[in-house]
Design a protein around this ligand. Structure first.
Ligand SMILES: Nc1ncnc2c1ncn2[C@@H]1O[C@H](COP(=O)(O)OP(=O)(O)OP(=O)(O)O)[C@@H](O)[C@H]1O
Ligand SMILES: [Mg+2]
Length: 238
């Protein structure tokens, strides 16, 4: 079994807001995720799933504890260093797509490559959009795309830099069942090709069951952690 740990979070807390409005969103989160694992996070609304993802992906700084991502100490970095550490290594897919409205599909996908200084960004973005079945929508703006198409653009953008770690926060939450199924097949197909590690937040038990491991959160803590030894993703990362 591959024991390389990609996510190593130790006793992480997150307090948001101040004074009377302060909320202890994460209350001692400890989690180790080996390379290639597909991890699902379940839990009721408000249990801290998206917040956990924000801290583990370097979008939000923990209040205390340690977050090591591929050996890099995210808790010791300022915002600029975090942005650099994320670039090219971490892909993020959110429920609400978060595409840039003034950019075409092609431009949206090319952004992370351009930020990384890649000369062939447009060509690679085009190839990535073709691979998600959107070769005929390169020049469309987000408002001219359906929800499923926008989510495919968001997936292309998250994957185009071949990140070793992908976070997806309810990637099918805004889509009808059939479109959601297409998106899931696409995501898993791309994972199989790249061997990337996946952290998937979902309310869908069937979707979670396709992962190697399911953790359940409640009140900012992990209350259940179940690994399916028969499907562990270690072989994908070997
Ligand atoms: N900026 C903030 N200030 C104060 N509290 C916050 C802030 N952001 C989130 N919270 C609180 O943190 C808790 C966890 O929120 P989070 O978004 O992580 O939950 P979740 O598990 O992703 O829920 P859902 O399934 O509804 O998406 C919630 O109770 C929320 O109200
Ligand atoms: Mg959430």
């Amino acid at each position: 079994m591959n024991t390389h740990i990609v996510i190593d979070a130790r006793d992480v807390t997150l307090r948001l807001g101040s004074g009377d409005a302060a909320v202890d969103v994460l209350r001692g989160l400890t989690l180790a995720v080996p390379a290639g694992q597909r991890l699902a996070i379940l839990g009721p609304s408000g249990s801290g799933k998206s917040s956990a993802m924000a801290v583990l992906s370097g979008m939000e700084q923990a209040t205390s504890g340690r977050v090591l991502i591929a050996g890099a100490d995210f808790t010791a970095m300022n915002e600029d260093a975090l942005a650099r550490a994320r670039r090219g290594r971490i892909g993020i897919v959110l429920q609400a797509f978060h595409l840039i409205p003034t950019m075409t599909a092609l431009e949206n996908v090319a952004v992370p490559l351009e930020l990384a200084g890649e000369a062939d960004a447009p060509a690679r973005a085009k190839a990535e959009l073709e691979s998600v079945g959107l070769g005929h929508r390169l020049s469309h703006y987000p408002t001219q795309l359906s929800g499923g198409e926008q989510q495919r653009v968001a997936i292309a953008r998250a994957l185009v830099g071949r990140p070793a770690l992908i976070f997806a926060d309810e990637p099918t939450g805004n889509l009808d069942a059939a479109t959601g199924e297409t998106i899931v097949e696409l995501l898993y197909g791309r994972l199989a090709e790249t061997g990337a590690t996946l952290v998937l937040i979902t309310h869908d038990a069937d979707l979670a069951a396709r992962c190697d491991r399911i953790i359940t959160m409640r009140d900012g803590r992990i209350v259940d952690d179940t690994t399916d030894d028969t499907t562990t993703g270690a072989e994908a990362a070997a």
